[in-house]
Design a protein around this ligand. Structure first.
Ligand SMILES: *Cc1c(COP(=O)(O)O)cnc(C)c1O
Length: 357
């Protein structure tokens, strides 16, 4: 079979999404399915929608455009601040975008006027993770200015944690987001309809029995695709952690020493190697590399150990049994390796499902 390839089990993704949608519904929270790790795959998007996600979110307008062209029937949110240079495309294809800069919102407003459309805005608030977000003290002013702009509708507010700095969503920062929603509504009348509390890192908080307050939506990607929460990367009870599998093929298999010889300088990727002498091993080379995956994000099957990777070669110790040439090795992946594999044109994507579309 074609290699390398990423096997995508749509039934497992469906079951993961259904489980999360149901558990969060009990807490009054809807799910925006985040498709950014899937390169806007219409099959995966359709699976998320059948599982009951309320809308789709992606950080790249290109992915939203491909889902539109594939006629994926959903409300779509651009979850990274639009580039001013892409305002026209954003207004044409995304229903809503996440924003933190008035310059961008005002460009979206003029693009929306030109196109004869209205565009929805979620204002992102900084709650401590120090990635995107309006500082809380500036939110009211930004709402006031945004409300003046034609063809722009404020849908709500949101926050994103646990990405740049690993700040955990908790009772305090979620209560702060709720309080901001209340404060905006009391100043401007009912304005905040969506309070988008965060990503897969919010699940422990949301399902812990904590006070949910005004939070009524979460944006979930990794937890649906890989079945794990993202604060500690623990499997979520009842979810599949093996919906995605990467398969690579052996192109060399030899008994070799563990120690290189000759004068040692930098590797192809500028690292300094430190190999422990373990005598001779069965070393195999798989035809996949850093162009296609993040080698640190691969989980090898039992008995196989990753030794190193360059652009196109992944070197493994296959233990006591040499791997035959042409054999396939199956890996689980973390999110970083998944994103890299999904975006590599050299990795085939094979979608499997028992349920007819
Ligand atoms: C990627 C992203 C998400 C989804 O995060 P997961 O950890 O995959 O659930 C949600 N919101 C924003 C703003 C993102 O960039």
């Amino acid at each position: 079979m074609i290699a390398p390839r990423l096997e995508i089990d749509l039934d497992k993704i469906f079951q993961n999404a259904v489980t999360l949608v149901e558990r969060l519904a009990e807490r009054g929270i809807s799910v925006t399915g985040v498709t950014k790790a899937t390169l806007g795959s219409p099959e995966i998007a359709g699976t998320l929608l059948r599982a009951g996600v309320k809308a789709l979110g992606d950080s790249r307008i290109e992915n939203i455009e491909s889902m539109r062209h594939a006629h994926v029937p959903a409300s779509m949110t651009l979850i990274r601040s639009p580039m001013i240079s892409q305002a026209d495309r954003v207004v044409a294809h995304a229903d809503i975008s996440f924003n933190t800069e008035l310059d961008v919102i005002s460009k979206l407003s003029s693009a929306a006027c030109d196109a004869g459309r209205t565009h929805g805005i979620v204002l992102m608030v900084e709650l401590g993770d120090l990635r995107e977000g309006i500082m809380p003290r500036d939110l009211e002013k930004t709402v006031r200015e945004t409300l003046r702009l034609p063809n722009i509708v404020i849908k709500g507010i949101g926050a994103n944690l646990a990405c740049r700095s690993g700040v955990s969503p908790d009772a305090n920062n979620m209560a702060e987001l709720s309080a901001l929603a209340d404060s905006i509504d009391s100043t401007f009348g009912p304005t905040v309809h969506v309070v988008s509390g965060g990503n897969s890192a919010n699940l422990l908080w949301a399902l812990s029995g904590a006070t949910i307050g005004r939070i009524n939506d979460l944006r979930l990607g990794e937890s649906i695709l890989l079945g794990r929460e993202t604060l500690h990367r623990q499997p979520i009870d009842g979810l599949h952690t093996d919906a995605m599998t990467l398969i690579a093929e052996v192109v060399e298999s030899k008994i070799k020493p563990t120690q290189p010889w000759g004068e040692i300088a930098q590797t192809a990727f500028g690292e300094e190697l430190c190999a422990i002498d373990q005598g001779n091993i069965s070393q195999a080379i798989l035809a996949i590399g850093r162009q296609d995956i993040d080698p640190g994000g691969l989980v090898a099957p039992l008995g196989i150990e990753l030794l190193g990777a360059s652009s196109d070669h992944l070197v493994v110790d296959s233990g006591p049994n040499p791997l035959p040439i042409g054999a396939e090795v199956r890996f689980q992946l973390n999110y970083g390796a998944l994103v890299r594999a999904m975006t590599s044109p050299y990795v085939a994507k094979i979608i499997r499902s028992h349920i007819p579309a």
